[in-house]
Design a protein around this ligand. Structure first.
Ligand code: ADP
Ligand code: ASP
Ligand code: MG
Length: 440
């Protein structure tokens, strides 16, 4: 069995949904299709939730009306039979009625998750109606019945596997399954999600749970490029990379993949392919245990980084200092991304500021604490990069005129990270594109 995930832009227009239907029907193997919400929908739902949380029901109401109108015209273009159009319009009515009811209830965090779930519920149901109109046999699998996270919001493949296998058993003879990306149920049994861009993570978790032959991520670009195409002009796709390389790139900001989407596939050794829905013949990127080649493959940038420096003469010749500092971050479940040390100071970065105040208070007794917000981590990722000839020369040549705040080298053979003030990110990515890849 294989998994094929289609992102927001791949389902965001009626003709693209038709295109996907034609793509998936060609599959020989049984397949689970994971769909995102139509592009723009999750952003609109976030906006609606924010209006409601601020008590601005009028703005929420008009945003709901605008979104509903979008879906009505989408369906009018998507379908041609009266019966299926009616069916699709009933689906739209049902989901927008739900949103309108929410308008009248007092706001809560759980309710905001219910709002966000509407996008994937709508896209999968509408795609199912399209398949029905085309006479393509399929089963709609409700993700909320098998995709679960634990009390720490971590998905557990074991539990997902048991529930998904049971569901699939009920349709043993069927070959085409559709399910929602992104949405899940949390440990309290409420509707929740795997964070923005989470449909990639859903696809990889499902692929791991069913031990799929491949996990295909279909999007609007022909694979992982060597640099961020939203920021630099010229970028090229990378044909092959290892799980480690892809995980580093995803974690350090390559938007094409959700930050956590690689580990499930890696754990079960399932190849991941990044493919372009609009150009299905393009090779894209294959991600397996094999890196394919040695050297730098790509750079990526992660924003909203906070740098913390703890200076203390007590660090001098002392042991146990770092442990005590790390324990504070552990206590507040705040991951550290980068770390560098000198004899009298330690600098580290975090991207989650939800407990920053408490962390800083607990760090105070250890020395002088300095905090720099709005930093960016730029990561250079590849295979055995430290062994690559001239790499360091090219890298340091590329960072000229940029005030690099931290450098992390040697933590893994796949990654060198630089911390720079956010306003230098674009310039650094451009300089690296030229200096490391010879692309202008
Ligand atoms: P989807 O809606 O299909 O999930 P996303 O917008 O989440 O698509 O991811 C695809 C986008 O990721 C591309 O359009 C591109 O702009 C962006 N992107 C950022 N960095 C990279 C990179 N290194 N390689 C390819 N795409 C990237
Ligand atoms: N629809 C969700 C989002 O926009 C999940 C996804 O597209 O992967 O974040
Ligand atoms: Mg995405």
């Amino acid at each position: 069995m294989k998994v094929m995930k289609f992102g927001g832009t791949s389902v965001g227009r009626p003709e693209r949904m038709h295109h996907i239907a034609n793509l998936v029907v060609k599959e020989q193997e049984p397949v689970i299709i994971v769909l995102s919400a139509l592009s723009g929908t999750t952003n609109s739902l976030v906006e609606i939730g924010e209006h409601i949380s601020k008590g601005d029901r009028q703005s929420a109401k008009s945003a709901i009306e605008k979104l509903e109108a979008h879906y009505r015209s989408f369906v009018a273009e998507l379908l041609k039979n009266e019966e299926t159009i009616q069916k699709a319009n009933n689906i739209i009515a049902e989901h927008f009625e739900f949103l309108n009811i929410i308008l009248k209830i007092s706001f809560s965090e759980a309710l905001s998750k219910d709002i966000l779930a509407q996008g994937e519920l709508l896209s999968t149901k509408l795609f199912s109606v399209l398949l029905e109109e085309k006479g393509i046999e399929h089963v709609l699998l409700p993700a909320l019945e098998f995709m679960t996270v634990d009390i720490y919001d971590e998905p557990q493949i074991g539990g997902i596997k048991i529930k998904l296998t049971q569901l699939l058993k009920q349709h043993a003879k069927k070959k085409l399954f559709i399910t929602q990306g992104y949405i899940c149920r949390n440990a309290r049994g409420e509707v929740d999600n795997l964070k923005r861009g989470g449909s990639d993570y859903s696809a990889s978790l499902i692929a791991a749970a069913i031990n799929a032959s491949v996990c295909e991520i279909w999007t609007d670009i022909d694979g992982m490029h060597n640099n961020d195409p939203r920021i630099v002009n010229k970028t090229l796709p990378v044909e092959q990379m290892s799980f480690e390389e892809a995980a580093e790139l995803a974690y350090f900001g390559a938007k094409i993949l959700h930050p956590a989407s690689i580990w499930p596939a890696q754990q079960f050794n399932i190849p991941v392919k990044l493919l372009n829905t609009m150009k299905p013949e393009a090779k894209g990127t294959t991600i397996t245990a094999e890196a394919g080649s040695v050297g730098v493959k790509a750079v990526a940038a992660k924003d909203n980084i906070i740098a913390i420096r703890i200076k203390s003469s007590r660090m001098l010749l002392a042991y146990g200092f770092l442990r005590k500092i790390f324990e504070i971050f552990e206590k507040y479940r705040t991951p550290i991304d980068m770390i560098t040390t000198s004899e009298v100071a330690v600098s580290l970065t975090i991207d989650n500021d939800s407990n920053l105040k408490e962390i800083l208070k607990e760090l105070e007794p250890f020395g002088t604490v300095e905090v720099d917000k709005t930093q960016s981590i730029v990561s250079v990722v590849g295979n055995q990069i430290s062994l690559t000839e001239d790499m360091v020369k090219k890298l340091f040549g590329s960072i000229r005129h940029i005030p690099v705040r931290m450098v992390s080298y040697g933590g893994s053979p796949h990654n060198i990270s630089l911390l720079v003030p956010a306003e230098f990110k674009t310039q650094l990515l451009q300089q690296l594109n030229k200096g490391m890849f010879g692309l202008d």
